[in-house]
Design a protein around this ligand. Structure first.
Ligand code: BF8
Length: 622
């Protein structure tokens, strides 16, 4: 493929060309080397779960190799693999959520002074919601008690994770009748590992249903806890302006990039770069200042709450280093390509890992805990100042022209923009000026032209008067396309345009990082309850047009299991089983009232989503 076919963006194309000139290997080079991929693996037909194997199942091979050594056929093999794929995604979001619970507990027990409760109102609202009595408790005591409730959500709860109560009663009944009510977060993930051990759950449908349950513990459990506690500890997002693309890097400043997912680390970096002593040290080193910018989801966390500029999404992470202008990249966990350490080594860039859970060979490890976080953040900033002295100005190339964007649309902010109740949004849905609401979420995947599907799908949907909510790496794409600015309402259909103009909001609202897809679930629950219907009755949908990760698959599945039709740009590795594929594309409709649709073409995807919205509007008599 030519460089123009790899990415939609000029900043990306320029850096890919620079990488080629400088002999730096990127994700696209490695994809080419790996292509064609193993067909058995692509179809989910390999099994490596025991040493009687590994086995490859060939369902078409005239009776030969139709079963693994244990006797598992194609359906069971695909279901087991998919179950573990979902479990890994749910575990990742939820283990991130656990870190927030532990910090909240530390705040509550007075074990940290680096963190505090910044949104005391939200703390009390959450306490009310989950039944923590706080009338005579201090903020600290309330934090400790709340942390304890969420710790229970991770373990032995038998009657549903706390926030499942946010789902409409009709939805909870569907889960109950199907046997997929999310219980303890850890319990359901561990149970998936157990069920998929050889000789346990040996029915493909049964494993698929448990996959849905595991995904639900992510969406209504681990992810929702991560979102709500991040707001409690660091502030609930409010609309604000910022900028995106590689031009947020500054030639005359010390550039530090935060990459990964947890605001526990990135918020500390933000505090440290504002330290006057460190700023003076930076100036002494010859820099005009210290510039912090974000990548991927921890970038989204800082963008939503603090307006910190966003350098790029998943496929921009390598390219950001190739500018030659980054002194230091600091990471926590998830979606951090190990190749970044190698690329950092091609420049003067320091690569710093911070999480005990995520070491990177070749990186400098500076471990952050809730007792040392601010001090460690300062140490990291000093490393960046030191690295600046080694920058080679000859190798610096920063694309120009940052895009303006609006961010910060938490549900609280959306309700505030609507005047305190969801009624104006419901009225707009009823009168058809907003025909539906769609979440565009997820990643980049080098198999697809970078950000092409995100941008074109969003453009098509807003033209059809569909309000778009963006999270994760999709956000950066839509921000770079100018769709997160109020004046993008001009690209929307006349109904959506008038709603956006009267409220002064963009037609695409940035609602956060990937764990913040929980905000979308919560909003769907609020809308369904207000209308007295199930989520599956709403004219809503989701799309992960360029997804790559296990986490994105878990998101897609919890959306479907919550009743939200979900489009995927690429199928998961399940096509080796007709049964599992049929269940995903159709059968789930009968079980949970929603299913998946797959197409790499954003225009076709827009039509598929539009058909669902039409059907649901009709069902509601609209
Ligand atoms: O959790 S969108 S590439 S950064 S997995 Fe990763 Fe995908 Fe980006 Fe965030 Ni989400």
């Amino acid at each position: 493929r030519s460089i123009e076919e790899l990415s939609l963006w000029e900043d990306a194309q320029r850096m890919i060309a620079k990488a080629q000139r400088e002999g730096v290997e990127t994700v696209w080079d490695r994809l080419e080397e790996q292509t064609p991929h193993c067909t058995f693996c692509e179809q989910g037909l390999t099994c490596q779960k025991c040493v009687m194997g590994p086995c490859r199942i060939n369902p078409k091979d005239n009776g030969k190799k139709q079963r693994g050594v244990c006797g598992a056929g194609a359906d069971l093999t695909v279901a087991r693999n998919f179950g573990r794929f979902i479990a890994a995604g749910a575990a990742s979001h939820s283990d991130h959520g656990r870190d927030l619970v532990e910090v909240l507990e530390a705040v509550g027990q007075g074990k940290t002074t680096d963190y505090a409760v910044r949104d005391e109102d939200k703390l009390r609202r959450l306490a009310d919601e989950v039944g923590v009595e706080h009338g005579d408790k201090s903020v600290q005591e309330t934090a400790a008690a709340l942390a304890e409730v969420f710790m229970d959500d991770y373990s032995f709860r038998r009657n549903g994770v706390s926030f499942a109560a946010r789902a409409p009663e009709k939805r909870r009944r569907v889960w109950e009748e199907t046997g997929i009510t999310p219980r303890g977060v850890d319990r359901d993930v561990v149970e998936m590992m157990h069920r998929t051990h050889m000789g346990v759950d040996s029915d493909a449908t049964s494993i698929c249903l448990h996959s849905a349950r595991v995904a639900l513990t992510d969406g209504w459990g681990g992810s929702m806890i991560a979102t709500e506690l991040s707001d409690t500890l660091f502030g609930t997002p409010q609309p604000r302006q910022s900028t995106a693309n590689l031009s947020v890097l500054k030639e005359d400043q010390i550039n530090i990039l935060v990459h990964g997912h947890s605001p526990i680390v990135s918020e500390m970096l933000l505090t440290a770069v504002q330290d006057p002593d460190l700023l003076q040290e930076a100036r002494d080193a010859g820099a005009a200042g210290i510039n912090l910018a974000g990548l991927c989801c921890t970038g989204n966390e800082l963008l939503m709450r603090q307006g910190v500029p966003m350098a790029g999404n998943h496929l921009m992470t390598e390219l950001a280093l190739i500018t030659g202008a980054v002194e230091l990249m600091v990471v926590d966990y998830q979606c951090i390509m190990p190749s970044l350490v190698t690329i950092a080594g091609c420049y003067h860039t320091q690569f710093v890992s911070t999480s005990e859970k995520a070491h990177f060979t070749g990186a400098t490890h500076v471990e952050f805990t809730y007792t040392n976080a601010i001090e460690q953040a300062r140490n990291v900033v000093r490393m960046a100042i030191e690295a600046y002295r080694n920058r080679d100005p000859q190798r610096v190339e920063i694309p120009e022209g940052p895009m303006q964007l609006t961010t910060g649309f938490s549900n609280e902010a959306i309700l505030e923009a609507l005047g305190g109740t969801p009624d104006p949004l419901l009225d707009a849905l009823k009168n058809g000026s907003v025909r539906g609401v769609v979440g565009i979420v997820g990643c980049n995947n080098p198999k697809l032209k970078h950000d092409h599907c995100h941008v074109n799908l969003a453009r098509e949907l807003i033209k059809k008067d569909v309000l778009v909510l963006a999270t994760g790496c999709a956000t950066v794409a839509l921000g770079k396309a100018g769709l997160l600015m109020p004046d993008a309402a001009g690209e929307a259909g006349s109904g959506l345009q008038s709603v956006c103009q009267s409220l002064g909001i963009p037609p695409v609202l940035h609602v956060g990082s990937c764990v913040d897809n929980a905000r979308i679930l919560h909003l769907c629950g609020v809308l369904a309850n207000a209308l007295g219907v199930d989520i599956s009755d709403l004219p809503v949908a989701a799309s992960a047009p360029e997804w790559y990760s296990e986490k994105a698959a878990a998101i897609g599945l919890y959306a479907v299991a919550s009743g939200i039709y979900t489009h995927l740009g690429l199928p998961p590795n399940i096509q080796g089983s007709q049964m599992v594929t049929d269940l995903a594309l159709n059968g789930l409709n009968d079980v949970v009232g929603a299913a998946f649709g797959v197409s790499p073409d954003p225009f076709e995807a827009a039509d598929m989503i539009d058909a669902r919205i039409r059907e649901k509007r009709k069902g509601l008599g609209l």
